[in-house]
Design a protein around this ligand. Structure first.
Ligand code: PEP
Length: 243
């Protein structure tokens, strides 16, 4: 069975003052049975690791090379060095704002695995692609071209139009995509594809979490806005543990 994972992405939010909130999230993580991950901004990573308890800490992005002349970038090796256990790669905000291609996302996923930590590979369709009936073909192409050779990965399906908007796909739409992703992972990795956690992301909150977690190939969530405060994130973790 894939691990059930509640992962939070703080994006570019949080100064040192937010470490007390992180400690509250870590305390809540100690109360649940699912895997919990928080990806704070890079500046807080090391401090976050120190107060994380059973909460795993992750990076939000990395360079695809381990070292070199890449001013302002951070490698997966560096993230692992300060205690990160996961790195989000291919988030739609990076694919769109920095024109990150599937090939680059794949190179980043490989770099994360080389650092002996786990990539969380994100994929998702735009509203135009959804409305023109291209969702399954778009997400299948994106995922195939972003996958590394090894199956030690987490996948996150995040429809771009659902991120930070309060819009959530119908349960039937989430089911259709997650079933297609599972089939693709099994085709790619054989039986190991059945062990990969597939997270849903996009406006997950306490009020819709249980319904989403009841979908058979949804193994957890990647949560943006609702991961910023323990009071919002803890019930999502709890809903996943209870599902
Ligand atoms: C995200 O950015 O990964 C995300 C899912 O954001 P939100 O939960 O705020 O929609």
């Amino acid at each position: 069975m894939p691990r059930r994972i509640a992962a939070g992405n703080w994006k570019m939010n949080g100064t040192q003052a937010a470490l007390s909130e992180l400690a509250s999230i870590a305390a809540a993580a100690g109360e649940v049975s699912c895997t919990t991950i928080l990806c704070p901004p890079t500046t807080l990573l090391q401090a976050a690791v120190q107060s994380s308890g059973s909460l795993a800490i992750g990076g939000q992005n990395c360079h695809h090379e381990a070292t070199g002349a890449h001013t302002g970038d951070v490698s997966a090796q560096m993230l692992a060095d300060v205690g990160a256990q996961y790195v989000i790669v291919g988030h739609s905000e990076r694919r769109n704002s920095y024109a990150e291609s599937d090939a680059l996302v794949q190179a980043k996923a490989r770099a994360v695995l080389s650092a002996e930590i786990t990539p969380i590979i994100c994929i998702g369709e735009s509203i135009e692609q959804r409305e023109s009936g291209e969702t399954i073909s778009v997400i299948s192409t994106q995922l195939s071209a972003s996958l590394p050779t090894e199956a030690q990965i987490v996948v996150a399906y995040e429809p771009i139009w659902a991120i930070g908007t309060g819009l959530v796909p119908a349960i039937a739409q989430i089911t259709e995509v997650h079933d297609a992703l599972r089939a693709l992972l099994v085709k790619t990795y054989g039986a190991q594809g059945n062990e990969i956690s597939i997270l849903y992301g996009g406006s997950v909150k306490a009020s819709n979490a249980s319904e989403i977690f009841a979908v058979s190939n949804v193994n957890g969530a990647l949560v943006g806005g609702a991961s910023l405060k323990a009071v919002d994130f803890a019930p999502i973790m709890q809903a996943l543990s209870d599902s």
